[in-house]
Design a protein around this ligand. Structure first.
Ligand SMILES: Cc1cc2nc3c(=O)[nH]c(=O)nc-3n(C[C@H](O)[C@H](O)[C@H](O)COP(=O)(O)O)c2cc1C
Length: 225
């Protein structure tokens, strides 16, 4: 598989088969992914890999925490701006509508939507999950570096016939994650990621996200203005 194929076939998968992913494969992916560039070669990423009984236990703990905090714990950072401006607001809205539409869940059925969303905290059934953290002192540049590391993982996964879903949804469980994984206070929890074999029979995986036209995000400047 070449890079173009990996990019073209990567999509967020939100239902996985339980088939195991060897930890050896995850190790290989994470080793190569760390060839990602980073400003000043800081390599500011850190990743906690969860499999087997540990993954099960984390899922159980979040389910328990949800009883006390139905809308999550206090996130460590603002996942989105409080007032998401256009056109971003509409883009976000469209993703939600399309996904829940595929599941046949109407807008007003908040409970069913929450139940579908809560599959995030089961890694959508994937046998391996990851939690990404970054030093609290790090700035925007280093968060971008972490994103490149994560993208490498998602693209390499394709080469191994695996699929992924990046999951900022994990950021609302900092207390539970911190306690369970002994994450030190100086690390901020950014996001999680599910990795495994996609369940292509599940309707949610029929979702194909759109992209805005080239002209809307590229400005080619060739001569003086
Ligand atoms: C950092 C990051 C966090 C994300 N968090 C979630 C999440 O918590 N739950 C989810 O279902 N999708 C999540 N996504 C997936 C996005 O919704 C998805 O990338 C976007 O809609 C484009 O679709 P595609 O990945 O299939 O191309 C996340 C993506 C990124 C890059």
């Amino acid at each position: 598989m070449n890079v173009s194929e990996a990019i073209a076939t990567r999509k967020s998968v939100r239902a996985f088969r339980p088939d195991p992913v060897p930890l050896e494969t995850v190790t290989q992916i994470l080793t190569l992914a760390a060839r990602a560039p980073s400003g000043g070669n800081l390599q500011p990423w850190k990743v906690y890999v969860l499999a087997g009984a540990a993954r099960e236990e984390l899922i159980r703990r979040v389910a328990e925490a949800r009883k006390e905090h139905p809308v999550g714990e206090k996130p460590e950072y603002h996942i989105y701006p409080a007032e998401l401006a256009e056109p971003y607001r509409s883009r976000r809205f469209r993703v939600g509508e399309a996904m829940y539409g595929l599941l046949g869940i109407p807008r007003e059925d908040t409970l069913a939507r929450l139940a579908a969303f809560s599959r995030n905290w089961e890694f959508f059934g994937a046998p391996v999950g990851m939690i990404f953290t970054i030093g609290r002192q790090m700035q925007q540049g280093q968060w971008a570096d972490l994103g490149m590391f994560m993208q490498n993982i998602m693209l390499l996964a394709r080469e191994y016939g695996l699929d992924t879903c990046a999951q900022e949804a994990w950021a609302i469980w900092p207390t539970t994650l911190r306690e369970f994984l002994s994450i030190p206070d100086h690390e901020a929890i950014y996001a999680g990621m599910a990795i495994g074999h996609a369940d292509w029979d599940h309707p949610i995986n029929r979702f194909e996200s759109e992209r805005v036209p080239f002209e809307q995000y590229v400005r080619v400047v060739e001569r003086g203005l």
